[in-house]
Design a protein around this ligand. Structure first.
Ligand code: MTE
Ligand code: MO
Length: 527
C-alpha cells in the first residue's frame, strides 16, 4: 500500500516531466538543425515569427528601450513561454494524452515560423519533426513510472483510502520515484550532450559562413539585368532568381562545410598533365561571367525546378586544355566533397560554351547549399549530369568505364536539356476579370536559345506571344500575351520555339529517364 504523501509528492513530478521532455525535444531539434546545416533552427524561426507579428511601432519602441538586448530577450521570452507550456503539458498528461496536442501546437507554430523564412525548404522541417517525436518519447518514458503510482481514477483522500489500480508488485512508490529520477537524469544529461554536440556540429558551418562573408572576389561583377528582359507582367517569376529563392536539389543530408582555404580540385585521369587547383589559384585566373538558366531533369511540365542566375567563375575549357585530355576520352567524372558523382560529356566542358567552375551567383559568393566554395555550371545540360556542387575531383575518362550517382539509378547518360515553357499568369485555379486577359511566363532552351513563344486559349489557334530580351542563348526568356475571354472556365496552353525553329512537342514524356516533354495547360476562371 502506498503512502498518500508519496502520491502527493509525485504531483509535482508531472510538470517536471513535461519540462524535461520539452527540453529534450528542443535539444534534438537544435542538434539536427546544426547537423543538417539548416539555416534557421526552429526556435530562431519562431523568434523571427514573433518579431514579424509584433506591430512595427511596438517593436520599435521595445527595441528602443532594450537596445541590442532585443534578440536575446525575444529568445529568452520564447524559452520561458515554452517551459511553461511544457510544464502545463506535463500536468495534463496525468489525465490524458492531450499534452501531445500542446506539443503538436508548438511544433505547428515552429513550422509556420520556418515556412515564413525566406528560402526555406522541406528539409528545414526535419528538426521540428525530430523534436516533436523526442517530446512524445521522452514524455511517455517519464510519465510511465508516475502512472504506476498515480491512477488518475482515484481521487486521493476521497473515501479515505487510496486504492491503487493493480500496481505491479515491485512498483512501489519508492521504486517508481527512483525510476522517474533515473529516467529524468538520463534524459537531462542526454539532452545536454546532444545540445552540446549540436553546437560543435554547427560550428563548422558557422566558420564557413564567416569565411564566406570575409571573401573578396574582385573579378566578380554585380548582375545587371539586360534591358527588356523583364517583360513587366506581375506574377511572372523574376527574370533573375535571387539565390535565396533558387531551387535546391541534392542528396546531401548534411551540406558540406568547406572553407575556401581547405578547398582543392584535382583534375586527373586520361590527361597529359594532372592539375591540382587551390581556391586562391582558381580565383587568380581569368574569370568568365554569364546569365545561365539551370534546371533539374526531374522538373515536371510546368514545374519550378528551374532558375536563372548570373554565374561568375573560371572557364573549364581553359583549365582542361592545360590538363590535355587524351584521345578517346569522352567523359569527366565529377565528384563532390559529399561523395556524390556525375558523368559529364567532355565535349560540353571543352567547346565554346561557358562551362565553368563557378564561385559566385548573382554577384555574391555561392551559398553553402548551392555548392560553396566551388561548383560546376554547364549551360545546356541538366544539373544531374553537370552542375556538381562542392566539386573536389574531376577524372577525365570514358563513359564506357564509369557510372555515376543518377545514371546508376536509370537516368540518361548525356542529359542535354529539352525545350520547355511555362505559364505563370494566370495561376491554375485563378479567377480573372472577363475581357482582355494577360498571359505570361517563361521559356527556355539553354545553349540554343528561344526564338518565339505561342499560346492557345481554349484549344484555339496558336497566337504569337511577345518575348523579352534574352541575355544570349543560355538564359530563359519571359513571355506575355493577351486574349479576350468571356466569363466562364478557360484554359491556356503554351509552347516555345527554339532558335533553330524547332517547336516544343506536345508529346507527353515522363521525367525519367532524361527529362519531361509535353505542353503545360493552365486552367482559370473569368467572371
Ligand atoms: N554534390 C551534389 N551536387 C549536385 C547534386 C547533388 O545531389 N549533389 N544535384 C544535382 C542536381 S540533380 C541539380 S538539378 C543541381 C541543382 O543545383 P541547385 O541545388 O544549386 O539548384 O545540382 C546538381 N549538383
Ligand atoms: Mo536535378
Amino acid at each position: 500500500m502506498v503512502d498518500t504523501r508519496e502520491v502527493k509528492q509525485f504531483r509535482g513530478a508531472w510538470p517536471v516531466a513535461g519540462v524535461v521532455a520539452g527540453a529534450a525535444g528542443l535539444a534534438t531539434s537544435y542538434f539536427i538543425a546544426g547537423a543538417m546545416s539548416v539555416r534557421t533552427a526552429p526556435v530562431t524561426a519562431v523568434a523571427d515569427l514573433v518579431v514579424r507579428l509584433t506591430p512595427g511601432s511596438v517593436a520599435e519602441s521595445l527595441i528602443g528601450q532594450v537596445g541590442h538586448a532585443d534578440k536575446p530577450l525575444v529568445l529568452t521570452g520564447i524559452l520561458v513561454v515554452s517551459a511553461l507550456l511544457f510544464a502545463w503539458a506535463g500536468s495534463l498528461s496525468r489525465r490524458s494524452w492531450a499534452p501531445a496536442l500542446v506539443f503538436l501546437g508548438l511544433a505547428v507554430v515552429a513550422g509556420i515560423g520556418v515556412a515564413l523564412e525566406r528560402g526555406s525548404s522541406t528539409s528545414d522541417y526535419v528538426p521540428i519533426a525530430v523534436g516533436f517525436v523526442t517530446w512524445l518519447v521522452a514524455l511517455s518514458l517519464l510519465t510511465e513510472p508516475l502512472r504506476a503510482v498515480a491512477p488518475t481514477a482515484v481521487p486521493v483522500g476521497a473515501g479515505g483510502s487510496v486504492d491503487l489500480l493493480e500496481p505491479a508488485p515491485d512498483q512501489s512508490a519508492g521504486h517508481s520515484r527512483r525510476a522517474f529520477l533515473v529516467r529524468s537524469s538520463i534524459i537531462v544529461i542526454g539532452a545536454a550532450l546532444v545540445a552540446g554536440a549540436g553546437r560543435v556540429v554547427g560550428a563548422g558551418r558557422r566558420q564557413v559562413e564567416q569565411a564566406r562573408s570575409a571573401l573578396r572576389l574582385p573579378q566578380v561583377t554585380k548582375p545587371v539585368i539586360p534591358d527588356g528582359a523583364q517583360i513587366g507582367l506581375d506574377g511572372i517569376v523574376s527574370w533573375e532568381v535571387p539565390a535565396a529563392d533558387f531551387y535546391l536539389i541534392d542528396t546531401a543530408f548534411v551540406k558540406p562545410s568547406i572553407e575556401p582555404a581547405n578547398w582543392k580540385l584535382r583534375i586527373h585521369g586520361a590527361v597529359d598533365h594532372e592539375i591540382t587547383l587551390t581556391y586562391q589559384e582558381l580565383i587568380d585566373r581569368k574569370f568568365t561571367e554569364d546569365w545561365i538558366t539551370l534546371n533539374c531533369v526531374s522538373n515536371p511540365v510546368g514545374g519550378d525546378l528551374v532558375g536563372n542566375a548570373w554565374f561568375s567563375g573560371v572557364r573549364l575549357a581553359d583549365i582542361l586544355a592545360e590538363a590535355g585530355p587524351q584521345a578517346g576520352a569522352d567523359a569527366v567524372l565529377q565528384t563532390s566533397d559529399d561523395g556524390w558523382t556525375c558523368g559529364t560529356p567532355l565535349a560540353a566542358l571543352t567547346d565554346d560554351r561557358n562551362a565553368m567552375l563557378a564561385v559566385a551567383m548573382n554577384g555574391e559568393p555561392l551559398r553553402v547549399e548551392h555548392g560553396f566554395p566551388v561548383r560546376t555550371v554547364v549551360p545546356g545540360l541538366y544539373g544531374y549530369v553537370s552542375a556538381c556542387k562542392w566539386v573536389v575531383d574531376m577524372e577525365v575518362t570514358k563513359f564506357s568505364k564509369i557510372s555515376a550517382f543518377w545514371t546508376e539509378r536509370g537516368w540518361g547518360e548525356m542529359g542535354p536539356v529539352k525545350i520547355a515553357s511555362r505559364v505563370d499568369v494566370p495561376r491554375s485555379g485563378e479567377e480573372v476579370d472577363a475581357g482582355d486577359v494577360d498571359f505570361g511566363g517563361v521559356a527556355w532552351m539553354q545553349h540554343t536559345g528561344i526564338s518565339g513563344v505561342e499560346f492557345s486559349v481554349d484549344g484555339g489557334a496558336w497566337q504569337k506571344a511577345e518575348i523579352g530580351a534574352a541575355a544570349g542563348i543560355d538564359s530563359w526568356v519571359q513571355w506575355r500575351g493577351q486574349a479576350s475571354v468571356d466569363s466562364g472556365d478557360h484554359k491556356v496552353t503554351v509552347r516555345a520555339i527554339d532558335a533553330d525553329g524547332n517547336v516544343q512537342t506536345s508529346a507527353v514524356v515522363d521525367v525519367l529517364p532524361d527529362g519531361a516533354t509535353g505542353l503545360q495547360t493552365q486552367h482559370f476562371t473569368a467572371s
